[in-house]
Design a protein around this ligand. Sequence first.
Ligand code: 13P
Length: 345
Amino acid sequence: MNKNILADTVSRLFTDSKGLLAMDESNPNCNKRFAKLGILQSEEVRRDWRALIVNTPDLSECISGAILYDETIRQKKKDGTPIIKAIIDEGIIPGIKVDKGAKLMAGHQGEKVTEGLDGLRERLKEYFRMGARFAKWRAVIAIGDGIPSRACIEANANILALYASLCQEAGLVPIVEPEVLMGGTHDLQVCFTDTEQVLRTVLSHLYVQVVMLEGVIVKPNMVITGLSCPKHESIDEVADATIQCLRQSVPAAIGGIAFLSGGQSGELASAHLNAMHVRYESKLPWPLTFSFARAIQQPAMAIWDGKDENIKMAQQALFHRAKCDKAARQGLYYAAIEDPVFLSN
Ligand code: 13P
């Protein structure tokens, strides 16, 4: 394990108040998002969408790293430039999603375990040669009647730690993503308790596998009420619960924390991240940033609508969200930023 490479990648990913852009939806997931907007679903259209993102002017002002899917890391733009080269030339560090998806867990109805360890060592070597410097593995934990079970949490945590260890061996910083899903009627306290239990279990497995904590990025959900819960907490309450939960479960040695958005709107995700920085900046033991997919991409994708004539406007929308998230990391995001008049100044 080359500790210097890992430490250097972590520090570059958190530099200058920037964050990460997750553009690593699997083909079925990407197609689902296209289908919802009536956009054609094909390899070529997925390529065009990812090229639109990568070609967004000045994206590297706000984005330090971009997480790719296997299809994208091998794709070329229409002009023949490999997408990964375009990313590196823009000054953005390429990362790669390496899990093979969450599959139904035998004997545990409603729960999933993420697969993809077979052949991972060889795949990581290849991705490193291609230029990737970090990786992502997503485990999903659902909240519901009697779940999550201990079995589901332990299985996913163990696999996350094995993945993290293999990544570090290959010189890639592992993003460890145990996502407690937002779906459900549960309240904030339930999300808090389950997220805390999940994170503590993941961290204990990282210890057992002797993973270098400084070379790990944890990608958690924010602590938030279930989507179907009638009561919704204020932005400050979500920020307080999230920071309290993380401080109780993630040691200071961890390289950093980069949140997923989990289905929150772009505005809400920015506002939550902002409140965490405004209220806790000097008390955070790790750097705290964003690693959003939907909260950055969704408005831009709707504007694009699969049409060339909308590319410029879609790129402006994408850049706007990235800029809001960078502002949130500095505690400088406020609702007026969303005003188009403010934007043009
Ligand atoms: P969302 O921000 O859309 O939750 O996606 C983040 C991610 O990378 C999921 O693996």
